[in-house]
Design a protein around this ligand. Structure first.
Ligand code: NAD
Length: 349
């Protein structure tokens, strides 16, 4: 990096662990909003864009930045709101923070599993309403020894499997589109690969940990829900559109599904009133996409992302790339811009 500080736009607040690094090394500006018009206005001439879950980072947004934009830093894991092929074509490196919130999301899924199994939500509401004798109204269940099906056995899925196996002695099954080498948990006999159909039909708990893409959109639809056991508790802490919420509501109404826990929604924020799942009295627990909102995760995400953004701005290889750095570099070369800030500014070679 030369003496001039690179222009960095952040469209959201984040932990000082990351913002501090960006402020020290760059000319950091905070966008007043994340709607399309504001981002397009604020991004002009920026070299780095820093995002969380808000904002749709389309090809048009990237074009509004102009050729100066070299890197988009995603604080978090899912990057379905960033047009990755468009970024690669424009020679823009996208980086993210895989694993930074793994522990938090796995624990969130466990918390939902416990809350639904022990009827926390209606019991708390009854107690607060002075209805102490509701204590015998619900029959809870223990988790120990039950079967857990994990769809998407990546970082979060594997961590959840480990906790479920080690802490609760659960029988862990998983399905994934990638045929991967056996993980530590499998080698220890704590998890077993099965096909999706078997997982849906067998498991007492099913937890979703896939990214949102064309292979996972509405993966859990009416047809999939028709296969699950009536005592099944379904958990979605990955992305709302992976599940057909109307079909989940129907399955709950018809007692073909026991419970549903979700941190994510088909549309965020979800409409209230009017959402088919929000406000139901029983067998449901919903949180406002805050599974990764723990101090530990927020520090990791902000810091890892900032470090990687600065690496790219210095012309170094990122540690956590989303798109292939070689393809990005080739595109930049084709477009007549090189990776370093100095070159893009025309200040030196
Ligand atoms: P990861 O990339 O490590 O794991 C995802 C796994 O899903 C991979 O093993 C992949 O092969 C598998 N997969 C992809 N498509 C599949 C399909 N059609 N069927 C079966 N498996 C498939 O990601 P991760 O860090 O474990 O995170 C998983 C997802 O969780 C993220 O993509 C993100 O959307 C979501 N997430 C949500 C929150 C939150 O705040 N609720 C926080 C972090 C991550």
């Amino acid at each position: 990096m030369n003496d001039r500080k690179p222009k960095i736009l952040s469209i959201t607040k984040m932990h000082e662990a990351g913002l501090g690094l960006l402020r020290e090394a760059g000319d950091l500006r905070m966008s007043p909003g994340w709607d399309d018009a504001t981002i397009k206005r604020e991004i002009a001439g920026m070299e780095a864009l820093v995002i969380r879950t808000q904002g749709e980072i389309t090809a048009e947004v990237m074009d509004a930045a102009g050729p100066s934009l070299k890197v988009i830093g995603r604080h978090g894991v899912g990057f379905d709101h960033v047009d990755i092929p468009a970024a690669t074509e424009r020679g823009i490196q996208v980086v993210y923070t895989p694993g930074a919130n793994m522990e938090s999301v796995a624990e969130h899924a466990i918390a939902m599993m416990i809350a639904l199994s022990k009827h926390f939500m209606p019991s708390i509401r009854a107690l607060e309403a002075g209805d102490y004798f509701a204590r015998t109204r619900w029959m809870g269940r223990d988790i120990r020894g039950k079967s857990l099906g994990i769809i998407g056995f990546g970082r979060i899925g594997k961590r959840l499997g480990e906790i479920a196996y080690q802490a609760f002695g659960m029988k862990v099954y998983y399905t994934d589109i990638v045929d991967m080498p056996a993980s530590a948990i499998e080698r220890a006999g704590g998890a077993q690969a099965v096909d999706l159909d078997t997982l849906l039909r067998t498991c007492e708990y099913i937890s979703l940990h896939v990214p949102l893409d064309s292979s996972t959109r509405k993966l859990i639809d009416r047809e999939a829900l028709a296969k699950v056991r009536p005592d099944c508790i379904l958990l979605n802490t990955c992305r709302g559109p992976v599940v057909d919420e109307a079909a989940v509501a129907e399955a709950l109404d018809e007692k073909r599904l026991f419970g549903y826990g979700a941190d994510v929604f088909e549309v965020e924020p979800p409409p209230v009133p009017g959402h088919p799942l929000i406000g139901r009295p029983d067998n449901i627990i919903l949180t406002p996409h805050n599974a990764a909102q723990t101090e530990e995760s927020l520090i990791n995400m902000a810091q890892w992302m900032a470090e990687d953004v600065l690496r790219v701005l210095k012309g170094e290889r990122p540690k956590y790339p989303v798109n292939d750095p070689d393809e990005v570099a080739a595109a930049r070369q084709k477009l007549g811009v090189t990776a370093s800030i100095a070159t893009a500014d025309g200040e030196d070679g």
